[in-house]
Design a protein around this ligand. Sequence first.
Ligand SMILES: [Zn+2]
Length: 286
Amino acid sequence: MAEKKSRKSSSQKAQQSPKKGFPADLWLKCPKCGETLFKKELGRNFGICEHCNYRFKLSSNERIEMLADEATFKEIDADLTPVDPLAFVDRLKYTDRLKQVQEKTGLTEAIRTGIARMGGHDVALGVMDFQFIGGSMGSVVGEKVTRLFETAMEKKLPVLIVSTSGGARMQEGILSLMQMAKTNAVIAAHDEMGLLFLSICMDPTMAGVMASYASIGDLNIAEPGALMGFAGPRVIKETIRQELPEGFQRTEFMLERGFVDLICERAELREKLILLLDLFLKPKGK
Ligand SMILES: [Zn+2]
C-alpha cells in the first residue's frame, strides 16, 4: 500500500531507507533518532547525526585522520601485544577475548601511539579506541603511553592523548592499576622538562584512565556531552542513594567545576589544537 502512495524514483527511495539487497555497509541507523544515515555523509559530518546531533564513537583511525596532517602519522610500538599473566577467565578466556577483538577490529591494543605532524608541528600522538575491550587500560596501554612520553622527552615534543575508556582492564587485575602510577610518573618527568601535554577526553572517559593520564593535561579538553568521571553515575546514585544533579559528570558540568578547560566540537578540534600548539610552542623553524 505504501508503495502505491509513494511515486518517488528508486534513487530517492534508496536515500530514504535501506532496502533489501542494497549494500548494508553504506547505511546505518541512528540509535537516538532512528533516522537512516548514509555512512559517507556521516563521515563528512565527523560522525555526528545531522538530525539529532548523536555522536557516534569514532575509531582510532578516524581520529588520527581527523587530527594529524595528512599521512604523517608514524606508529610506534604497534607490535606490543598483551599477555595473560593471571590466566584470567570471565565469560571467555582472556586470551580468547583478545584474539576475538584483535580479529574484529584489526587493532593490537586499545591505544595507537606514534609521531605525527599537526599544523606543521611535530607531536607525539596517542589515540585510544573504545572498540577494543571498551578502551580499557591494561599493561600494554600503560606501557605504550609511557613509551610515548619517553619518546617525546627524547625528541622534546608535546604529547597529545585522545582518551576514551571504561577504565582499567579487569582481566589484568593489579597489573592494570599499576599503569596509573606508571603513566603519571612519566608525565611528571615530561612536565619537568617544560614540555606540553594536551589531554583530549571523548565519550566516555572513566575510572582508571580518568584518574590517571586523562585528567592531568596542561590543558584538559573534552567533547560536548562526554561522560567523564571515576565511578559511573549509576554506581554513585546507588551507593549514596540520592538523586544526582542534572548533567552530572558530563563535560559541561565538569567545565563549570574546573575539571575541564575547554569544550570543543569535533569539527573544530584539529583547528583549536593547532592554535594551542602555535601559542605554546616556539615558532616553527626557530
Ligand atoms: Zn540521530
